[in-house]
Design a protein around this ligand. Structure first.
Ligand code: NDP
Ligand code: 2IT
Length: 449
């Protein structure tokens, strides 16, 4: 590895000793873009890499709120405004008890590259809180969102920073956040948040976009390798926004989806997942995936034990991790390969561990990397911002058509970059290189800022 690349990995590791997820994301990007750094000796003098890995601004704040019992609770809020190099800061908000600075920084860092790949003018950010929405009443969710926005509002704006959803943040939360922002600002700045309900400025198909986009990318990647998705078996982890619409599009493309999961366990239905039922359980009742068996007692439920996800022990052609980071480890990768998997598509952010990705690539498994494969969500967020700016709505089909073109182009960028740098078929490297080349160029053009 180039000495400069190695020095930046070492200094970043030294400066952020406890931030394991963030360092994992940095290592993956820096090792794969090393051939570009090697070619551009001027990058070292310009500190391109040091600037790329350091957030422009990190905001941490207290979020006090009162629960239904009258108890005051204090959570921690975050917004990591990583890069505004090619557009306003853009990226989701995650509400999950595991949220910490390392997770926020890894997600914000990944978002810069993902957003660059979309070809749209959006920078990178991430935010959220260690608030746990599970089991909370609607009123508690609303009070929390209002308190969170009462601090966040001063840091965001439609030309400054545009948050959206992620784990634990969907249409309901975006609604409460938007309402509070509008009240404080006393102005209708629709483009300040994306993932809004279309009745007040949201884009049609934003809900579906990440999952659909993942399947569009998968279709392109398979086609480039002379494989069709039709009649293939697909295993999916997660049963949230990304997983549900990945399942919907996979089924529409003629594949058979046999698993979905949540943090308690995994369902396996050899007849194919009954998606209408999953939507009812998750989107309407906000229940547990286990309830699937109430209507389909013939399906299997496998309780989660330890870190292993039962979705990866099932024989499959295509695995789509759509839950969370590091949910597919080396052991899982070995099992998948042994069972004859053809492709892995990352719907979640960084769902494969470093060792798992390396193992899959070494065994010639097609890997659709998160930054590219799940970029359909944020790309459609950018399309939502466009509609807010021009005060207009595109139809559902118009949005999906734009999304399909964007995902097809992203795949092409990954493929071209991988070929240009002699790692053809390694779309993980291809995605990082394609995004990095663009960002480095923008950084050089804008001077030392
Ligand atoms: P949701 O909150 O809608 O769903 C998350 C799903 O993953 C749930 O089924 C949840 O189970 C499960 N899950 C979450 N954390 C864990 C965990 N630690 N262990 C096991 N299961 C877990 O989130 P999304 O579908 O929006 O997000 C899923 C992934 O996709 C995340 O990595 C996110 O960053 C990424 N992503 C999301 C985009 C979007 O537009 N929403 C865009 C691009 C990427 P349970 O309910 O039991 O917690
Ligand atoms: O990880 C992601 O790309 C998202 N959670 C979506 C971000 C967005 O701004 O739509």
């Amino acid at each position: 590895m180039n000495e400069y690349t190695k020095a930046v990995i070492d200094s970043t590791t030294e400066k952020n000793p406890a931030e394991t997820e963030y360092l994992q994301a940095v290592r993956e990007v820096l090792t794969t873009i090393d051939p570009v750094v090697e070619k551009h000796k001027e990058f070292k003098k310009l500190a391109i890499l040091e600037r790329m890995v350091e957030p422009e601004r990190t905001i941490m704040f207290r979020v006090p709120w009162v629960n239904d019992e009258g108890q005051t609770i204090v959570n921690r809020g975050f917004r990591v405004q990583f890069s505004s190099l090619i557009g306003p800061y853009k990226g989701g908000l995650r509400f999950h008890p595991s949220v910490n600075l390392s997770i926020m920084k890894f997600l914000g860092f990944e978002q810069i590259f993902k957003n660059a790949l979309t070809g749209l003018p959006i920078g990178g950010a991430k935010g959220g809180s260690n608030f746990n929405p599970k089991g909370k009443s609607d009123a508690e969710i609303m009070r929390f969102c209002q308190s969170f926005m009462t601090e966040l509002y001063r840091h965001i704006g439609h030309d400054v920073d545009v948050p959206a959803g992620d784990i634990g943040v969907g249409g309901r939360e975006i609604g409460y956040l938007f309402g509070q922002y509008r009240r404080i600002r006393d102005a209708y700045e629709g483009g300040v948040l994306t993932g809004k309900d279309p009745i007040y400025g949201g884009s049609l198909a934003r809900t579906e976009a990440t999952g659909y986009g993942l399947l569009f990318f998968m279709r392109e990647m398979l086609a480039a390798n002379n494989i069709s998705i039709k009649d293939k078996t697909v295993t999916i982890s997660g049963a949230g926004n990304v997983a549900i619409y990945a399942c919907e599009k996979a089924q529409a493309m003629g594949a058979k989806v046999v698993t979905m999961s949540d943090s308690n366990g995994c369902i396996y239905d050899e007849n194919g997942i009954d998606l209408a039922l999953v939507k009812e359980i998750k989107e309407v009742k906000r229940g547990r995936i286990k309830e699937y068996l109430d209507k389909h007692p013939e399906a299997k439920y496998i309780e989660k034990s330890g870190s292993a996800n039962p979705a990866w022990t099932t024989k499959t052609d295509i695995a789509l991790p759509c839950a969370t980071q590091n949910e597919l480890n080396l052991e899982d990768a070995k099992t998948l390969v042994k069972n004859g998997v053809l492709a892995v598509g990352e719907g979640a952010n960084m769902p494969c561990t470093e060792e798992a990705t390396i193992y899959l690539l070494e065994h010639k498994i097609l890997v659709a990397p998160a930054k590219a494969a799940n970029a359909g969500g944020v790309a459609t967020s950018a399309i939502e911002m466009t509609q807010n700016s021009i005060r207009y709505y595109y139809t559902f089909d118009e949005v999906v058509e734009k999304l399909d073109k964007i995902m097809t182009n992203i795949f092409k960028s990954c493929k071209d970059a991988s070929e240009k740098y002699g790692v053809a078929g390694n779309y993980v490297a291809g995605a990082n290189i394609a995004a990095f080349e663009k960002l480095a160029k923008a950084m050089e053009a804008q001077g030392v800022v």
